[in-house]
Design a protein around this ligand. Sequence first.
Ligand code: PXL
Length: 278
Amino acid sequence: MKRILTIQDISCVGKCSITVALPIISAMGVETVVLPTAVLSAHTMFPDFTCRSLEDQMPPITAHWKKENITFDAIYTGYLANEHQIDLAADIFSDFGNESTRIIVDPVMADHGRFYAGFDLAFAEKMTGLCAKADIILPNITEAALMTGMEYRTSYDEAYIQELLKRLSDFDAEISILTGVSLAQGSIGAMGYNRTTNDFYYYTTEKLPDSYHGTGDIFASTLVGALMNGLSWQDSIPIAADYTAECIRCTREEEKPRWYGVNFEQAIPFLLKKLGKV
Ligand code: PXL
Protein backbone atom coordinates (compact mmCIF):
# COMPACT_ATOMS: atom_id res chain seq x y z
CA MET A 1 0.00 0.00 0.00
CA LYS A 2 1.25 3.45 -0.83
CA ARG A 3 1.86 5.93 1.96
CA ILE A 4 1.84 9.70 1.58
CA LEU A 5 2.55 12.58 3.91
CA THR A 6 0.38 15.67 3.81
CA ILE A 7 1.54 18.89 5.45
CA GLN A 8 -1.24 21.41 6.12
CA ASP A 9 -3.42 22.81 8.90
CA ILE A 10 -6.29 21.35 10.86
CA SER A 11 -9.22 23.74 10.60
CA CYS A 12 -11.58 22.18 13.12
CA VAL A 13 -14.69 23.56 11.42
CA GLY A 14 -15.17 24.45 7.74
CA LYS A 15 -14.07 21.38 5.79
CA CYS A 16 -10.70 22.03 4.14
CA SER A 17 -7.01 21.03 4.37
CA ILE A 18 -6.39 17.96 6.57
CA THR A 19 -10.07 17.35 7.33
CA VAL A 20 -10.65 16.69 3.62
CA ALA A 21 -7.23 15.33 2.58
CA LEU A 22 -7.16 12.56 5.20
CA PRO A 23 -10.60 11.06 4.50
CA ILE A 24 -10.41 11.43 0.71
CA ILE A 25 -6.91 10.04 0.18
CA SER A 26 -7.55 7.26 2.73
CA ALA A 27 -10.81 6.31 0.96
CA MET A 28 -8.78 6.00 -2.24
CA GLY A 29 -6.77 3.23 -0.58
CA VAL A 30 -3.65 5.22 0.30
CA GLU A 31 -2.21 5.58 3.80
CA THR A 32 -2.24 9.26 4.71
CA VAL A 33 0.19 10.48 7.34
CA VAL A 34 -0.58 14.01 8.51
CA LEU A 35 1.75 16.73 9.72
CA PRO A 36 -0.47 19.54 11.06
CA THR A 37 1.07 22.99 10.54
CA ALA A 38 -1.48 24.79 12.74
CA VAL A 39 -4.75 24.20 14.56
CA LEU A 40 -7.51 26.73 13.87
CA SER A 41 -10.96 26.84 15.44
CA ALA A 42 -12.23 27.25 11.87
CA HIS A 43 -10.55 28.29 8.61
CA THR A 44 -9.69 31.93 8.04
CA MET A 45 -12.92 32.89 6.24
CA PHE A 46 -14.74 32.66 9.57
CA PRO A 47 -14.64 35.84 11.66
CA ASP A 48 -12.69 35.63 14.95
CA PHE A 49 -11.01 32.29 14.19
CA THR A 50 -8.31 31.14 16.60
CA CYS A 51 -4.97 29.86 15.29
CA ARG A 52 -2.11 28.10 17.06
CA SER A 53 0.89 27.46 14.83
CA LEU A 54 2.49 24.05 15.41
CA GLU A 55 5.82 24.82 13.77
CA ASP A 56 7.75 24.11 16.97
CA GLN A 57 6.39 20.55 16.78
CA MET A 58 7.20 19.94 13.11
CA PRO A 59 10.98 19.24 13.49
CA PRO A 60 10.69 16.85 16.49
CA ILE A 61 7.82 14.96 14.85
CA THR A 62 9.72 14.43 11.61
CA ALA A 63 12.94 13.61 13.50
CA HIS A 64 11.03 10.80 15.22
CA TRP A 65 9.78 9.49 11.87
CA LYS A 66 13.34 9.56 10.52
CA LYS A 67 14.47 7.45 13.47
CA GLU A 68 11.69 4.98 12.75
CA ASN A 69 12.76 4.84 9.06
CA ILE A 70 9.35 5.99 7.87
CA THR A 71 9.25 6.66 4.13
CA PHE A 72 6.67 8.25 1.85
CA ASP A 73 5.66 7.67 -1.79
CA ALA A 74 4.52 11.28 -2.02
CA ILE A 75 4.60 14.47 0.01
CA TYR A 76 1.73 16.89 -0.52
CA THR A 77 1.75 20.37 1.02
CA GLY A 78 -1.24 22.67 1.36
CA TYR A 79 -1.86 25.59 3.72
CA LEU A 80 1.39 26.62 5.42
CA ALA A 81 0.76 29.27 8.04
CA ASN A 82 3.87 31.43 7.56
CA GLU A 83 7.21 31.77 5.75
CA HIS A 84 9.08 29.72 8.35
CA GLN A 85 6.79 26.77 7.66
CA ILE A 86 7.77 26.97 3.98
CA ASP A 87 11.41 26.44 5.06
CA LEU A 88 10.34 23.54 7.28
CA ALA A 89 8.43 21.92 4.40
CA ALA A 90 11.51 22.31 2.16
CA ASP A 91 13.62 20.58 4.83
CA ILE A 92 11.13 17.71 4.91
CA PHE A 93 11.36 17.36 1.11
CA SER A 94 15.17 17.00 1.42
CA ASP A 95 15.02 14.67 4.42
CA PHE A 96 12.35 12.30 3.07
CA GLY A 97 12.45 12.74 -0.70
CA ASN A 98 14.24 10.45 -3.14
CA GLU A 99 13.92 9.90 -6.93
CA SER A 100 10.65 8.04 -6.52
CA THR A 101 8.96 10.44 -4.05
CA ARG A 102 6.38 12.61 -5.80
CA ILE A 103 6.34 16.13 -4.40
CA ILE A 104 3.05 17.98 -4.85
CA VAL A 105 2.76 21.61 -3.75
CA ASP A 106 -0.57 23.41 -3.58
CA PRO A 107 0.55 26.99 -2.88
CA VAL A 108 -2.52 27.84 -0.80
CA MET A 109 -2.59 31.60 -0.06
CA ALA A 110 -5.32 33.35 -2.07
CA ASP A 111 -8.47 33.14 -4.16
CA HIS A 112 -10.85 35.43 -6.06
CA GLY A 113 -8.07 38.00 -6.56
CA ARG A 114 -7.18 38.37 -2.85
CA PHE A 115 -4.80 36.91 -0.31
CA TYR A 116 -6.31 34.92 2.54
CA ALA A 117 -5.86 36.51 5.99
CA GLY A 118 -2.21 36.57 7.04
CA PHE A 119 -0.54 36.27 3.61
CA ASP A 120 1.24 38.88 1.49
CA LEU A 121 3.56 39.25 -1.51
CA ALA A 122 6.62 38.25 0.53
CA PHE A 123 4.90 34.93 1.31
CA ALA A 124 4.03 34.47 -2.39
CA GLU A 125 7.64 35.12 -3.36
CA LYS A 126 8.89 32.62 -0.78
CA MET A 127 6.36 30.04 -2.00
CA THR A 128 7.90 30.15 -5.49
CA GLY A 129 11.01 28.61 -3.90
CA LEU A 130 8.96 25.67 -2.59
CA CYS A 131 7.31 25.27 -6.00
CA ALA A 132 10.82 24.91 -7.46
CA LYS A 133 11.28 21.75 -5.39
CA ALA A 134 7.99 20.16 -6.51
CA ASP A 135 7.16 17.71 -9.29
CA ILE A 136 3.63 19.07 -9.54
CA ILE A 137 2.22 22.44 -8.48
CA LEU A 138 -1.49 23.23 -8.24
CA PRO A 139 -2.22 26.95 -7.90
CA ASN A 140 -5.53 28.62 -8.70
CA ILE A 141 -5.45 31.64 -11.03
CA THR A 142 -5.13 34.15 -8.18
CA GLU A 143 -2.17 32.31 -6.66
CA ALA A 144 -0.54 31.91 -10.08
CA ALA A 145 -0.90 35.64 -10.80
CA LEU A 146 0.48 36.63 -7.39
CA MET A 147 3.47 34.29 -7.71
CA THR A 148 4.34 35.17 -11.31
CA GLY A 149 3.60 38.90 -11.05
CA MET A 150 1.11 38.65 -13.92
CA GLU A 151 -2.12 40.63 -13.77
CA TYR A 152 -5.07 38.82 -12.15
CA ARG A 153 -7.99 38.70 -14.55
CA THR A 154 -11.54 37.44 -14.13
CA SER A 155 -12.13 37.53 -17.85
CA TYR A 156 -9.40 35.92 -19.90
CA ASP A 157 -8.65 33.75 -22.91
CA GLU A 158 -6.58 30.63 -23.54
CA ALA A 159 -3.46 32.69 -24.32
CA TYR A 160 -3.57 34.27 -20.82
CA ILE A 161 -3.91 30.85 -19.14
CA GLN A 162 -1.09 29.36 -21.22
CA GLU A 163 1.16 32.32 -20.44
CA LEU A 164 0.45 31.89 -16.71
CA LEU A 165 1.34 28.20 -16.99
CA LYS A 166 4.56 28.92 -18.87
CA ARG A 167 5.61 31.49 -16.27
CA LEU A 168 4.74 29.05 -13.48
CA SER A 169 6.86 26.40 -15.16
CA ASP A 170 9.86 28.75 -14.87
CA PHE A 171 9.78 27.98 -11.15
CA ASP A 172 10.98 24.53 -12.26
CA ALA A 173 8.25 22.03 -11.35
CA GLU A 174 7.82 19.48 -14.15
CA ILE A 175 4.03 19.82 -14.18
CA SER A 176 2.01 22.96 -13.43
CA ILE A 177 -1.75 22.57 -13.09
CA LEU A 178 -3.92 25.65 -12.95
CA THR A 179 -7.28 25.10 -11.26
CA GLY A 180 -10.57 26.94 -11.69
CA VAL A 181 -10.02 27.64 -15.39
CA SER A 182 -13.17 28.50 -17.34
CA LEU A 183 -12.71 29.30 -21.02
CA ALA A 184 -16.38 28.95 -21.96
CA GLN A 185 -19.62 29.73 -20.21
CA GLY A 186 -21.02 26.73 -18.37
CA SER A 187 -17.76 24.81 -18.03
CA ILE A 188 -14.85 24.92 -15.61
CA GLY A 189 -11.81 22.75 -15.06
CA ALA A 190 -8.05 22.62 -14.89
CA MET A 191 -5.29 23.13 -17.43
CA GLY A 192 -1.97 21.37 -16.96
CA TYR A 193 1.38 21.98 -18.63
CA ASN A 194 4.39 19.74 -18.88
CA ARG A 195 7.47 21.95 -19.21
CA THR A 196 9.64 19.16 -20.67
CA THR A 197 7.32 18.05 -23.44
CA ASN A 198 5.70 21.50 -23.84
CA ASP A 199 2.25 19.84 -23.79
CA PHE A 200 -0.93 21.44 -22.46
CA TYR A 201 -3.88 19.40 -21.26
CA TYR A 202 -7.28 20.92 -20.50
CA TYR A 203 -10.22 19.15 -18.91
CA THR A 204 -13.55 20.71 -18.05
CA THR A 205 -16.69 19.72 -16.29
CA GLU A 206 -20.05 21.40 -15.77
CA LYS A 207 -19.74 24.81 -14.08
CA LEU A 208 -22.26 24.93 -11.28
CA PRO A 209 -23.55 28.35 -10.24
CA ASP A 210 -22.46 28.00 -6.61
CA SER A 211 -18.89 28.32 -5.38
CA TYR A 212 -17.89 26.75 -2.08
CA HIS A 213 -14.89 27.00 0.18
CA GLY A 214 -12.47 24.06 0.30
CA THR A 215 -13.01 22.79 -3.22
CA GLY A 216 -9.37 23.52 -4.16
CA ASP A 217 -8.26 21.21 -1.35
CA ILE A 218 -10.69 18.54 -2.53
CA PHE A 219 -9.34 18.78 -6.08
CA ALA A 220 -5.71 18.59 -4.88
CA SER A 221 -6.34 15.70 -2.47
CA THR A 222 -8.16 13.68 -5.12
CA LEU A 223 -5.39 14.32 -7.62
CA VAL A 224 -2.81 13.05 -5.13
CA GLY A 225 -4.94 9.96 -4.44
CA ALA A 226 -5.35 9.26 -8.15
CA LEU A 227 -1.60 9.62 -8.80
CA MET A 228 -0.94 7.17 -5.96
CA ASN A 229 -3.35 4.76 -7.65
CA GLY A 230 -0.96 4.72 -10.59
CA LEU A 231 -2.76 7.16 -12.86
CA SER A 232 -0.90 9.72 -14.94
CA TRP A 233 -1.40 13.40 -14.11
CA GLN A 234 -3.59 13.76 -17.23
CA ASP A 235 -5.80 10.84 -16.15
CA SER A 236 -5.91 12.14 -12.57
CA ILE A 237 -7.30 15.57 -13.52
CA PRO A 238 -10.73 14.30 -14.77
CA ILE A 239 -11.19 12.22 -11.60
CA ALA A 240 -10.37 15.21 -9.39
CA ALA A 241 -12.50 17.65 -11.42
CA ASP A 242 -15.54 15.34 -11.71
CA TYR A 243 -15.44 14.44 -8.02
CA THR A 244 -15.18 18.12 -7.03
CA ALA A 245 -18.22 18.92 -9.20
CA GLU A 246 -20.12 15.98 -7.69
CA CYS A 247 -19.31 17.27 -4.16
CA ILE A 248 -20.83 20.62 -5.13
CA ARG A 249 -23.92 18.88 -6.56
CA CYS A 250 -24.35 17.01 -3.25
CA THR A 251 -24.24 20.31 -1.34
CA ARG A 252 -26.60 22.48 -3.36
CA GLU A 253 -29.74 21.44 -1.48
CA GLU A 254 -28.22 22.48 1.84
CA GLU A 255 -29.05 25.81 3.41
CA LYS A 256 -25.71 26.32 5.12
CA PRO A 257 -23.34 29.12 3.99
CA ARG A 258 -20.77 28.28 1.33
CA TRP A 259 -17.79 28.72 3.65
CA TYR A 260 -18.84 25.57 5.54
CA GLY A 261 -17.47 23.55 2.62
CA VAL A 262 -19.01 20.79 0.52
CA ASN A 263 -20.60 17.42 1.32
CA PHE A 264 -17.59 15.51 0.03
CA GLU A 265 -18.47 12.61 2.31
CA GLN A 266 -21.68 11.83 0.42
CA ALA A 267 -19.82 11.81 -2.91
CA ILE A 268 -17.19 9.24 -1.88
CA PRO A 269 -19.10 6.34 -3.53
CA PHE A 270 -19.04 8.36 -6.80
CA LEU A 271 -15.27 8.80 -6.44
CA LEU A 272 -14.63 5.11 -5.81
CA LYS A 273 -16.75 4.18 -8.84
CA LYS A 274 -14.75 6.60 -11.00
CA LEU A 275 -11.55 5.03 -9.75
CA GLY A 276 -12.90 1.58 -10.57
CA LYS A 277 -12.62 0.51 -6.92
CA VAL A 278 -16.25 -0.62 -6.56
O1 PXL B 1 -8.85 25.86 1.70
C1 PXL B 1 -7.72 26.60 1.87
C2 PXL B 1 -7.48 26.94 3.30
C3 PXL B 1 -6.84 26.03 4.13
N1 PXL B 1 -6.61 26.29 5.42
C4 PXL B 1 -7.01 27.45 5.97
C5 PXL B 1 -7.66 28.40 5.20
C6 PXL B 1 -7.89 28.15 3.84
C7 PXL B 1 -8.55 29.15 3.01
O2 PXL B 1 -9.10 30.10 3.46
O3 PXL B 1 -8.05 29.54 5.77
C8 PXL B 1 -6.75 27.71 7.41
